[in-house]
Design a protein around this ligand. Structure first.
Ligand code: F3S
Length: 395
């Protein structure tokens, strides 16, 4: 693999031990995947932020490299942490967990990473450009940036993303190359999709079918960005789809002639069957929305539904701190809180320790959350559209 003079110096340790080790990891990755060179990245998103997944070894590692003076070279954001960093006590996150999570965030801050912890960094101040190479980790963020924005990223692991942030480069392979962005099959959708959960169900179904291939959707009718993020998140979770195209709606779709590709039809009955399959519970103890992290439009829609009502079961909506601040200013947060709900920032239902907080059945409108909650958090799932979930919490 060709390395620039600067990269060779880095590999020789002239820019410090952490940069040397980081570049070594990237070179190794590049060799495995046949990269010809390193390419600069415009931004990074690092996963593996929750203390729940990092544990003590991860925390020690981060504190160690921060103490050695390592700093990131490009705009770097974080994936959700294990708790709301401001209101953790009030919400009831365990204290020992909180202490460790605060240390994790401090180590990231010392590395120069923006401690905005979100899986929708593109809504919170880290918006890549069309065809810009980036190194992002969280699978729904990878899907959205590749597919809806047309930026270019592989599905990075936490360590390779951190290494890319420290070195400012990533190996040139996979989705950075034109030839690896072509669709593999056409998904012909013949169903009315109204709610984000319908797109989540479609994504869950298609992800199972296509695994890590690149689907090309036909037949989607005017989805908004919230629905596209729900679709991509579910496909990345049930399969390993990191890039999809949607005729008329994603920027690279028009570049391909798909007339000779295999066609798979998806209809109303597939969506219905997916809803049935994802429902493993009946009455939720809590409803948690915002997977991927909610946009301002989704928070405002929830506020509209809860205005003047009193919830019998709690509803949380997870989002980034940036969106929450905007929602506070608009009065949405106070409406939701008056009804007995919460706008929870910095974390989500999958990476926080909800299994230790007395919940056994969670209501979600996200195909991705429905996929992970049973295994990661030992929860039963009620998967439905937001209207039905709100209705069940008012009863
Ligand atoms: Fe984001 Fe957590 Fe869902 S990281 S995509 S809200 S599982």
């Amino acid at each position: 693999m060709h390395l620039t003079k600067q990269e060779e110096k880095m590999l020789d340790g002239e820019m410090g031990e952490v940069a040397q080790r980081s570049l070594r990891l990237l070179v190794r990755l590049g060799e495995i995947y046949g990269a010809d060179r390193m390419i600069p990245v415009g931004s990074v998103q690092v996963a593996g932020v929750s203390y729940k997944s990092l544990g003590d070894p991860g925390l020690d590692y981060l504190e160690d490299i921060a103490a050695k003076g390592a700093k990131v070279k490009v705009l770097t954001f974080l994936n959700p942490a294990g708790m709301d960093m401001e209101n953790w006590e009030e919400i009831g996150f365990p204290e020992e967990f909180a202490r460790n999570q605060i240390r994790v965030m401090e180590a990231f801050r010392n590395l120069g990473i923006v401690v905005t912890a979100t899986c929708t960094p593109y809504l919170a101040g880290n918006l890549p450009r069309f065809r810009e190479s980036i190194a992002w980790s969280e699978s729904s963020a990878v899907s959205f940036s590749n597919s809806v924005i047309g930026a270019r990223t592989n599905r990075e692991g936490g360590p390779s993303a951190l290494a890319a942030a420290i070195c400012g480069v990533t190996p040139n392979y996979g989705f950075h190359l034109d030839e690896n962005r072509k669709p593999d099959m056409v998904i012909d959708v013949d169903a009315e999709l109204e709610f984000s959960s319908d797109y989540g169900a479609l994504g869950y179904h298609v992800g199972k079918l296509v695994k890590n291939k690149i689907p090309y959707f036909k037949g989607l009718k005017n989805p908004n960005t919230d629905q596209l993020k729900a679709l991509g998140a579910a496909m990345a979770a049930s399969g390993a789809v990191a890039l999809y195209h949607a005729e008329g709606f994603t920027p690279e779709a028009r570049d391909f002639d798909v007339s000779k590709l295999e066609k798979i039809s998806v209809g109303k009955k597939d969506i219905k069957a997916t809803y049935e399959k994802l429902n493993t519970g009946d009455m939720p103890d809590i409803v948690i929305l915002g997977c991927p992290h909610a946009s301002l439009r989704e928070i405002s829609a929830l506020a509209d539904k809860l205005a003047g009502k009193k919830l019998k079961k709690p509803i949380w909506i997870c989002t980034s701190r940036v969106m929450k601040e905007a929602a506070i200013r608009m009065g949405y947060v106070s409406i939701i809180e008056k009804a007995g709900g919460r706008v929870v920032a910095d974390t989500c239902m999958v990476v926080s320790p909800i299994e230790d907080m007395g919940f056994g059945t969670v209501g979600v409108n996200s195909g991705k959350a429905a996929n992970y909650l049973p295994g990661f958090c030992n929860q039963k799932v009620v998967f439905h559209d937001v209207d039905e979930l709100v209705k069940r919490c008012l009863k």
